[in-house]
Design a protein around this ligand. Structure first.
Ligand code: NAD
Length: 515
């Protein structure tokens, strides 16, 4: 192993000379397929992981159920104290864990560390929540009656996550699920197993110290077959799935067919609209970060850019200057803003999309090629690309599908209404942003005739959400909400409890049933 990698792994106590157990249910194990964790920057194999066999998954589910039965009686503020300790455990290893995210996923270091910070933040939030997950007292129409709406722990929550946020998405789910009194079982992306093992180890230590079962935060690494078992299991009350629309459609249908609950956080196809009155000194860097940050591999990455005709030339000139100044390289280095794509398959997707852009005679203003980044010949580097397709028919595949790569497609508009129509004309509805200084545009954009996305920003880019608001998208993005806001309400079961404390037993709606 290179010293670049071994330093990071050993700082997190990950062994570097043996196969690593990728299942945790109170004990570390893994008798399934062996997968390799590969560094996207160098192509180096970082580790071999023993993933979950079907027997490992069903054993882990049994342990999760037992853990839930014990944990559901622990008072919520006490559950909050566990989260506080998890927060401390993460904070101590923030830099090391952030570096591992960079090593294994490929995003730049500040973004890797930022993801861990997001987990820390949501723990803080959930500590507070643990004293505020209140039900309600409802006015009863019957004398001497009270109606309570009561939240209780739900059961076992399975979290299936995507490669691009290997820490934060699990963090959002674990924090709320644990505060709500559930056991959580995590199936991370098969290409980021090391990060999930490092995170689970930190959480497991806290549980152990508090004499709680490790299966409260279980881990089953592996690919599609492991995911399928969790999704199909009646032992799982809630499936929280983050990933592509293609897989989300399968998962959503499978969960509904057994009347389970799901949260779906699927693909985005996010637009930024720039009005002629926009402050370009904000809008240009905002669009640049949205389109190029994480090498275009955020669900909230800016993929469509609608420019008002009056500022289009100037905007594109300034944007291209920023693109030209980008230096690709090792995302662990502090001056690098552009790391690799996560896998060679992602590079192929990029290349086939560029081929398609050429086939429809799009103007490629910038990029369009792979990068050779010496000395990282094994790395998956591509040039961030700006293209102007000839057609603005939003049903064309270049506009209507999410390409998970740094490709920004541009169109020119004359009226805000036209740009809003384009914004809303795609299947996805995750994030959107409008750049303007005119209050009338803001009202239109955020109102009933405005953006139909789950995230509707003004003078802020499409990516880079905070944990306080609920996060998620509409339409084919899946309607799911996670993190802040009212998202916690999905992690509990709600009961309406009518309590009669009178000496009569009147029926509701004045029904008389006396013989
Ligand atoms: P993916 O859909 O390929 O995989 C997601 C997860 O599903 C992985 O853990 C995978 O192993 C598992 N899986 C695959 N087939 C399965 C099946 N049949 N049953 C159960 N599980 C199965 O997604 P990806 O390539 O890892 O991630 C990129 C996608 O995720 C993009 O579309 C991106 O927009 C989306 N994403 C969305 C959000 C959001 O909050 N909306 C956040 C991050 C990523």
């Amino acid at each position: 192993l290179s010293s670049r990698a071994s330093g990071i792994l050993s700082a997190l106590n990950i062994p570097t000379n043996q196969e690593i157990s990728g299942v945790y249910d109170g004990q570390w194990k893994g008798s399934g397929e062996v997968v390799e964790s590969v560094c996207p920057t160098t192509g180096e194999i970082l580790a071999r992981i023993n993933t979950a066999s079907p027997a490992d998954v069903s054993g882990a589910l049994t342990k999760s159920r037992e853990a839930y039965l014990q944990f559901r009686d622990v008072p919520a503020p006490r559950r909050g104290e566990i989260l506080r300790q998890i927060r401390e455990g993460l904070a101590i290893k923030r830099e090391e864990l952030g570096a591992l995210v960079t090593l294994e996923m490929g995003k730049i270091r500040t973004e890797g560390v930022g993801e861990v910070q997001e987990f820390i933040d949501i723990c803080d939030y959930a500590v507070g929540l643990s004293r505020m997950m209140n039900g309600r007292v409802v006015a009863s129409e019957r004398p001497g009656h009270t109606i309570l709406e009561v939240p209780n722990p739900l059961g076992v929550v399975a979290v299936l996550s995507a490669f691009n946020f290997p820490v934060a998405v699990y963090g959002w789910n674990l924090a709320l699920s644990l505060a709500a009194g559930n056991a959580t079982i995590w199936k991370p992306s098969p290409t980021t197993p090391l990060t999930s093992i490092a995170v689970t180890s930190i959480v497991a230590k806290v549980l152990e110290k508090n004499n709680l079962p490790g299966a409260l935060a279980g881990l089953v690494t592996g690919g599609q077959p492991v995911g399928e078992v969790l999704v199909g299991s009646k032992e799982v009350e809630l499936v929280s799935f983050t990933g592509s629309e293609r897989v989300g459609r399968i998962v959503g249908q499978a969960v509904v067919s057994r009347f389970g609950k799901s949260i779906l956080e699927l693909g985005g196809n996010n637009a930024s609209i720039v009005m002629p009155d926009a402050d370009l000194s904000l809008a240009v860097p905002g669009v640049f970060f949205g389109a190029v940050g994480t090498a275009g591999q955020r669900c909230t990455s800016t993929r469509r850019l609608f420019l008002h005709r009056d500022i289009a030339d100037e905007f594109l000139e300034r944007l291209q200057k920023l693109y030209s100044a980008l230096k690709p390289g090792d995302p662990l280095e502090s001056d690098i803003l552009l790391g690799p794509m996560h896998t060679p398959a992602a590079v192929n997707l990029y290349k086939s999309t560029i081929d398609y852009l050429r086939s429809i005679d799009a103007d490629i203003l910038f990029g369009g090629k792979e990068y050779d980044v010496t000395p990282y010949d094994g790395g998956n580097f591509v040039q961030p690309t700006i293209a102007v397709p000839k057609s603005v028919d939003m049903s064309d595949r270049i506009w209507s599908t999410e390409t998970f790569a740094p490709i920004l497609n541009v169109a020119i508009f004359d009226e805000l209404e036209e740009a809003i129509r384009w914004n809303n004309a795609v299947p996805q509805g995750l994030s959107s942003s409008l750049w303007t200084r005119d209050l009338r545009n803001v009202g239109k954009w955020t109102g009933p005739s405005g953006s139909d996305a789950g995230i509707v920003n003004v003078n802020a880019g499409t990516s880079g959400a905070e944990i306080g608001a609920s996060f998620g998208g509409n339409k084919s993005t899946g309607w799911g909400r996670e993190s802040g806001g009212d998202a916690w309400k999905q992690y509990v079961r709600w009961s309406a409890c009518t309590i009669n404390f009178s000496n009569e037993a009147p029926l509701a709606q004045g029904v008389n049933f006396n013989v």
